[in-house]
Design a protein around this ligand. Structure first.
Ligand code: MN
Length: 131
């Protein structure tokens, strides 16, 4: 058994996630990657989100703070808030992030490799508004 107290091991600085994210995104590795599973806490500032991507073996998101959006390809962004749990099936194209006005932090348990695609266009990011 291993108990992680709140975030990454002491002395591990919070990472800035840039290459496959839009806006300012911070990441804390919660547990080291084992057998292809990555477990991290990710905070999206307002307006920040992932690029479009999928997870080879799926992904579990547990929203731990704030209010954000998740979106599956072909759908509209849906609101998630602290306490919500999202299961993304293997291979499903999607993105997740904050709303335009709020931060969102989630624990992300990613199973297998992440396959990154294009940036989420502003028009698609805002497609919930006015709908
Ligand atoms: Mn994902």
């Amino acid at each position: 058994m291993e108990i992680v107290r709140g975030r990454a091991p002491e002395g591990t600085p919070t990472q800035v996630r840039a290459d496959t994210f839009t806006g300012t995104v911070w990441g804390d590795p919660v547990l080291p990657a084992t057998d292809g599973t990555t477990i991290g806490s990710v905070t999206f500032t307002p307006g920040a989100r992932t690029f479009w991507h999928s997870h080879t073996d799926g992904q579990l998101l547990v929203v731990t703070a704030g209010l954000g959006w998740v979106c599956t390809e072909g759908g509209a962004p849906e609101v998630v808030r602290a306490g919500d749990v999202v299961w993304v099936p293997p291979g499903e194209q999607h993105w997740h992030g904050g709303t335009t006005e709020t931060i969102m932090t989630h624990l992300a348990v990613s199973l297998g490799p992440t396959v990154w695609a294009d940036e989420v266009a502003q028009h698609d990011y805002l497609s919930r508004e006015g709908s």
